[in-house]
Write a protein that binds this ligand. Structure first.
Ligand SMILES: Cc1cc2nc3c(=O)[nH]c(=O)nc-3n(C[C@H](O)[C@H](O)[C@H](O)COP(=O)(O)O)c2cc1C
Length: 178
């Protein structure tokens, strides 16, 4: 069994990177194979909307990092989306990858568990509202089963999140794949 972990932060040692590390540690302990795709460090261009793929009838015309990700993602039984909160949504880095799902939209539909792990500076009760609404709608549309979330509010920098229970929650979420 394989889980693909897609991250969206440009900080290699940032807050969401720690959640990804801990989630992966748990998943590996649960004896799942893991594939990590750090979108900020890959070349992934935005979807051109050219529709040459016919939403899955033909390959995407753009040849870039998605060619590395897509076979892994298609072969995965679970996917974890890991993002810093950027203006109340996914970061552009990970959203660019999500938009590129388009060329494989139907092949990606169904049969996967989904996880959301996110970090944010703010800690209002509505801080993660728009992101979770997006995630829920995306999961619903792709018929992915929401298998859990870690919403690390009040974690603007690494030293903040290291003082919280969120890394442990991320580890437990990975382990829950068992
Ligand atoms: C462009 C940008 C937009 C941000 N937008 C928000 C936001 O809407 N709400 C919030 O609470 N924090 C926001 N933040 C703060 C980050 O979500 C926060 O610092 C997070 O821990 C960064 O994660 P990282 O270390 O994994 O990159 C923003 C940061 C940046 C750089």
């Amino acid at each position: 069994m394989k889980v693909t972990v897609i991250t969206g932060s440009p900080h290699k040692k940032g807050t969401s990177a720690l959640l990804a590390d801990e989630f992966i540690r748990g998943a590996q302990e649960a004896e799942w194979e893991t594939f990590r795709f750090d979108a900020a460090f890959e070349q992934v261009a935005p979807c051109l909307g050219c529709d040459r793929c016919g939403i899955g009838a033909a390959p995407c015309t753009q040849k870039d990092g998605m060619q590395k990700l897509m076979p892994e993602l298609l072969a995965s039984q679970a996917v974890a989306l890991v993002t810093p909160l950027y203006y109340f949504g996914f970061s552009a880095q990970i959203k660019t990858v999500i938009d590129r799902f388009y060329a494989n939209n139907y092949k990606l539909t169904g049969g996967k568990k989904a996880f959301l792990l996110a970090t944010a500076y703010d800690s209002n009760d509505w801080t993660m509202e728009a992101l979770t609404a997006h995630y829920e709608t995306l999961s619903r549309y792709l018929q992915w089963e929401d298998a859990g979330r870690v919403l690390a509010v009040g974690c603007g920098v690494r030293s903040d999140i290291e003082r919280t229970q969120f890394p442990q929650e991320a580890y437990q979420l990975g382990l829950s794949l068992k």
